[in-house]
Write a protein that binds this ligand. Sequence first.
Ligand code: BMA
Length: 314
Amino acid sequence: MTNLPWEERPSGSHEVMWRYSANPVIPRNLLPDSNSIFNSAVVPFRDGFAGVFRCDDTNRRMALHVGFSKDGITWNIKPEKLQLEGDYAYDPRVTFIEDRYWVTWCNGYHGPTIGIAWTTDFETFHQMENAFLPYNRNGVLFPRKIGGKFAMLSRPSDTGHTAFGDIFYSETPDMEFWGHHRHVMAPAPFEVSAWQCMKIGAGPVPIETPEGWLLFYHGVLRSCNGYVYSFGSALLDLDRPWEVLARSGPYLISPQQPYECMGDVPNVCFPCAALHDPATGRVAVYYGCADTVTGLAFGYIPEIVEWTKKTSLL
Ligand code: BMA
């Protein structure tokens, strides 16, 4: 991929992942009536990129909007909402599988659950049945079938600001009937890795590596000042992704910059998409910052894989 957004690690930095120096890449008011644009998903599309963006409007209603970009940094987001069935829509992920782009998101149906739709052109979207009963969030598809089935990670939850949450694996032959549910990961003990001790949820679409699926996931700490969202990495078995091979004890990125610490919900780094270039190993992660704007962080996949193994808490 020649046009992957990229900036080298700053000289003198020892960080495994580092932030784009021009963060945030998407401001909260890119649309005339957007309150915030964050927790959004992008994929390579034609000679550039397409994306599905979480845009909360100035009524503070949550909806998804389509956008396009040549360089992954400057985005043209359509002002009209994606027309989807559901009371609200947020935190999208987009996965290309075989011949089409699949969108999963948190869909309002008697509480949050996982919505699914597909498109080939980012103009027409075909909505499927919701994957699961409510309450569920953070539905993330794998980019290919596993054992002949489509596969998804998700995070069963509740109606509110869920104070618990494990990542589960489910599969389907047809994107409609889901089953074979497996437990993947629970929050870590507070004494071992506090940033991920209250709840965790899958982030971007997992990336296939020779060492397993590289999963970026968010973890939450309940502090005396509220929830703090950071993200780290795990390696899942390629054929049995509910088996965790390694899981980072330290976080990769936690809220430290002003745009991550200040906003509508302070102290949130929430990744929902990653672009990567197998030839160079480069990865660019898009993450929501403080539920307000969108930022980018970079790294090299082989380094992140090694670091995940070296720091693993398993
Ligand atoms: C979660 C979701 C995310 C949000 C986060 C922090 O429960 O609602 O969309 O980024 O809380 O507010």
